[in-house]
Design a protein around this ligand. Structure first.
Ligand SMILES: O=C(O)c1ccc(O)c(O)c1
Ligand SMILES: [Mg+2]
Length: 633
């Protein structure tokens, strides 16, 4: 089955778009008329460009406002069609998309529409061309595929068929029920696919600005594809996405995301197999790129959370820091992926390791989904751990559970002090993304690791809104909230600009008892929360005075989904106004992230940043000792 992409999906000039589509591996394109109009060359030259790149022009579009007009306009429209047929023949495109008429002047007369389309198809057929009719969701009289099909059936011309577009059907809450009973396979001329987030707005604005690739949104596109294939469709599967961010992003990245979405969708629709999804067991470690001074500072910053240096790498300038069962790797090795990251971005998380059932199979799946798989050079006797590159270049290591822990192979482990905070592991890792990366990351985590999107939250930072959607998998073993802010002044926005890119913004450690953990960390380790917050908590939740007092005394934030399903959490200040840490306790299967508290947290962190205060957790150990000394009894 041919895979195609509409030129409108991609940024740049027509040659940029075509090169990106070909480089990603598409076999065909839909030529948008506007991309041809602005191309500095003839349609024949555009066609040759496609041929040279190995791309078929599977469709030319759109042809608008054609059918069911008054008589005078009808003649002009047919002339207009003839001119476009000339263009198509020069271009080497055989199929024209006619979208349903949106003009106020169009007649509500399906017979007229059928007669007009029949005449157009007759003229196309003479030239060996074909016409496909698509119902736009905002068409004046025709906005459902069933109406479009009634007209195509009535027109009854071999050069006229139906074009299906998942967005136009799914955005209206419609589906393809009865498609295979009503439409013969040879009348299905073309298939366009797009996903979108569920938004409540008019269909036209939604379609023109917020479409996304399958798997990046919330519409049941895989079901849609399955229904079209069940009806016997064998033509190209083509992506048609109008998206403000995609238009501005590098064409090659977007084209690759597009093909990744089709590879994944083929699996979802049951027409192709990929190596099975990994079983996710948790987050084994987070790795930070540091240099020597930053390593000491970050180590010291982690001490109040119970972290101690637990090991030193056998051959590299890498340390393992550990609190309970949570692992943080501080990598200062010159000439490594981490040092490259440090040079470009300063202190930042450069890798995350997921515990999986089968690392080799997970890597094969990632490769099948067009991800680059990376392998750091290893020393004698050290473990080779494959890593997949996330869309921002961060490495996602694949660590197999069972057998010897990687730490035993690669590190000289040091005897540890007893864990003082009761940290049981990494609860979640939140990433701040530059605008335009949310769709890329969503598809990456969903397709490669099977993480599923949770509800979307809008979090009020004092200086702008932050949009947040968490991806979770392995029954809560892996939780990754993704945050995006259009404003450069929010915590998320400042982090993204400081980092010149996306990255891990905070790491939450799971504890069994948040109150005990805060007590163990000490009164200054965690962020102050204003008293107003606790007045509000008292009004929102059925907590008694003692429970409120216990939260307030420890600056713990609280959330509850229902009786007994509760979340208690607390944050550090940000390390150098960059990333920060959280401890959290889940009770009764609480599955969220305390989104309602994010605004309070962001305001408190902003106060800290504006007052120029030394990060609290850091301040405890500015007594002249280095992080290593602090850890050495
Ligand atoms: O937004 C539009 O006008 C438009 C045009 C052509 C299409 O195929 C489509 O799905 C939408
Ligand atoms: Mg369309």
């Amino acid at each position: 089955m041919k895979r195609a992409i509409a030129t409108v999906c991609l940024s740049g000039t027509l040659p940029d778009k075509l090169e990106a589509a070909a480089a990603a591996g598409f076999e065909a394109v839909e030529m948008f008329e506007n991309d041809l109009l602005t191309f500095d060359g003839t349609p024949r030259e555009a066609g040759r460009l496609c041929t040279d790149l190995g791309l078929e022009v599977a469709l030319f579009q759109p042809f608008r406002d054609f059918e069911a007009m008054e008589t005078a306009q009808r003649a002009r429209n047919l002339d207009r069609a003839e001119r476009k047929f000339d263009t198509m023949q020069a271009l080497g495109a055989e199929l024209l998309l006619v979208c349903s008429n949106t003009q106020a002047a169009t007649l509500d007369d399906p017979s007229r529409a059928a007669a007009d389309l029949r005449e157009m198809a007759e003229r196309a057929g003479v030239r060996g061309l074909r016409v496909g009719y698509e119902a736009l969701a905002w068409g004046r009289h025709i906005n459902r595929w069933r109406q479009a099909w009634d007209i195509v059936r009535q027109a009854d011309h071999p050069a006229l068929g139906l074009i299906l577009d998942s967005f136009h059907t799914l955005c209206l809450g419609d589906d393809l029920a009865a498609l295979s009973d009503s439409v013969p396979a040879e009348k299905l001329f073309f298939l366009q696919l797009a996903d979108a987030p569920r938004l409540s707005m008019d269909a036209l604005s939604w379609s023109r600005h917020f479409r996304s690739f399958p798997g990046q949104g919330e519409l049941p596109v895989a079901d849609f594809l399955r229904d079209v294939l069940a009806a016997g469709y064998t033509g190209p599967i083509s992506l048609e996405v109008f998206n403000d961010e995609f238009r501005a992003a590098p064409a090659r990245r977007i084209a690759r995301d597009g093909l990744r979405s089709l590879v994944w969708l083929a699996e979802q629709a049951g027409i192709a197999a990929l190596p099975a999804l990994p079983q996710l067991r948790g987050i084994e470690f987070i790795e930070f790129a540091v240099d020597e001074p930053t390593r000491a500072a970050l180590g010291a910053f982690l001490v109040p959370l119970g972290f101690v240096r637990a090991g030193v790498h056998r051959s590299k300038q890498v340390e393992l820091w550990r609190s309970g069962d949570a692992n943080i790797v501080l990598n200062a090795e010159p000439d490594s992926a981490a040092s490259e990251r440090f040079e470009q971005h300063g202190p930042s998380a450069c890798a995350m390791a997921l515990r999986v059932d089968d690392a080799a199979r997970a890597a094969l799946r990632a490769e099948a989904l067009l991800c680059s798989v990376w392998q750091e050079r290893v020393g004698e006797g050290e473990r080779a751990i494959p890593a997949v590159r996330a869309p921002d270049g961060t490495l996602v290591y694949l660590v197999e559970e069972g057998g010897r822990a990687i730490w035993e192979d690669d590190f000289h482990l040091e005897p540890q002090a007893a864990p003082s905070l009761g940290i049981t592991g990494i609860d979640h890792v939140a990433q701040a993304l530059a605008p335009g990366f949310l769709e890329s990351f969503s598809l990456f985590y969903r397709a490669v690791f099977g993480l599923e999107p949770e509800a979307l939250f809008e979090l009020p930072d004092p200086y702008g809104l932050v949009r947040s959607r968490a991806f979770t998998g392995g029954k809560g073993a892996v939780r990754l909230p993704l945050n995006v802010s259009e404003s450069g002044r929010t915590g998320t926005g400042r982090f993204v600009s400081a980092l010149a890119g996306a990255g891990v913004h905070h790491i939450a450690f799971a504890v069994a008892d948040a109150a005990a953990a805060v007590d163990a960390a000490g009164p200054d380790a965690l962020l102050d929360i204003p008293p107003n917050y606790y007045e509000d908590i008292a009004s929102r939740f059925p907590l008694d005075d003692d429970a409120i007092a216990a939260l307030r005394a420890r600056h713990l934030l609280f959330d509850s989904a229902e009786q007994g399903v509760e979340f208690r959490h607390a944050y550090t200040d940000a390390f150098r106004d960059r990333f920060f840490f959280e401890i959290c306790e889940r009770r009764g299967g609480y599955a969220g992230f305390g989104a309602a508290n994010a605004g309070v947290r962001m305001a408190a962190q902003r106060r800290g940043a504006l007052s120029g205060a030394t990060p609290r957790a850091h301040a405890r150990h500015t007594d002249g000792r280095t992080a290593t000394e602090v850890n050495t009894p």
